[in-house]
Structure formats: structure tokens, C-alpha cells
Design a protein around this ligand. Sequence first.
Ligand code: ADP
Length: 220
Amino acid sequence: SNKLSDKRILVIGLGRFGSSLALELVNHDWEVLGVDSNPRVVQVFGESLTHTVIADSTDDEALRQIGAAQFSRAVVAIGTHLEESILTTSQLVDLGVKDIWAKATSRRHGRILEQVGAHHVVLPEHDMGERVAHLVSGRMLDYVELEEGFSLIKTKAPQALIGRSLRETKVRQRFGITVVSVKRVGASFTYATEETVLHKGDVIVVAGRTKDVERFAENS
Ligand code: ADP
């Protein structure tokens, strides 16, 4: 049970973030042990998660009793209670959990979680805020920053590129981006090739440096 390939996971904190994550994993056939210090919260998810336990995750004895050390993977989904989040993460590190994901509410919180030994830190509110900013202000239909400085976006085919192939319009040279997929009205996405000709109303998926995809979407 110490292999990262097993589909067992400990989810601590069943708030909005933790419960959504836990339920999604159960839907994908994961065995999820959900932990929360609030009995009412645990009761709500008692039927839908594989196992649930009422426990205070900052208490090392409680963590031992629920068998936290037997999990190779855990998520600390305590966001707003900074001290609890940091202490819990640190306890899981001490117990030797190999793959710890922790939710942070700010970059500073995230940095502390990394310092105590979290292997992955996620900033859902922060990331979603950035993402929605792109959707609100630009012509992007969707936006994902895959890593610092590199993004994948969904956008309408720009007027200037319509009617000619991607090779002819030289989008890669002109904008530094790659058109990955194209979706014609009423059809599904297909891979784009050099021969792909864009039509009015097409939706495209574009990959490239964040600055370049932003410039591309603005010009479109
Ligand atoms: P969200 O914003 O995702 O709803 P919250 O931070 O509001 O996240 O909720 C986190 C959950 O973690 C709450 O249900 C809370 O009861 C639980 N929690 C907080 N501290 C502890 C702790 N020490 N041990 C176990 N669960 C905790």
C-alpha cells in the first residue's frame, strides 16, 4: 500500500474544495478516506465517500489512529485555518506520506506549506481568479496556464486567418503560437495540421507562451 500507483487517498478537510475533490476521486474508483473535525460535515459525506472519520488532523495521535501513515498519498484541503493547515501538512511529512498535496489560500501560505514539506501546493482561488480575468477581459473562451509562462487557450478563429491554411497564414512564425485543435460549428474537436483551413465560427485551441497566446487572442 506504499506504492504511488495505488488508488487510495487520504483527504483532510471536507469543505467545498476537499469534498469536491474527494467525490470526484470516488467517481473515478478511488478509495477515499475523508477526515474532518466537524461531525456534521463528516455526516454529510458518510454515504458518498469510501470511509469517513471525525478527527483533528493536527493531533498526531489521532492521525496515527486513522492509519494516515499507511497512505502514500494525501490532500490537505484545509484552507482558511492557516495554523491547522500547516500543522497537518507537517504531521503527514513526519509520518512519511510520500505524495502530499496541500491547498493554500495565498502565495505566502503556499510557500510555508512547501517549506514544511508539501510535495504539491495548489492555489485554487488564486488560479481561478487569474483564469477568470482572462475570460472576462479578452476573447478567450477558456484559459489554462499549464506552468509559469506557458498556456493553453480556447478562442474563436481570428478573422485575419479565415479562408487560408495554417501554413499559408504562418501563425506560428507571426504569433509564436501553435494551433493545436479546431472545432467546426456543430462538430467536435479535431487535430490541426498545416493544411487545416479555418472557417468563420471555428473555435480553436492554441498553445504557447502566455504572453504570445494573450497577444494572439487580443488580435483576433
Ligand atoms: P473550503 O474553502 O474549501 O470550504 P475551508 O477551509 O472552509 O475550505 O474548510 C476546510 C474544512 O477543514 C472544514 O470542513 C473544517 O471543518 C476542516 N478542518 C479545519 N481544521 C481541521 C482540523 N484540524 N482537522 C480536521 N479538519 C479540519
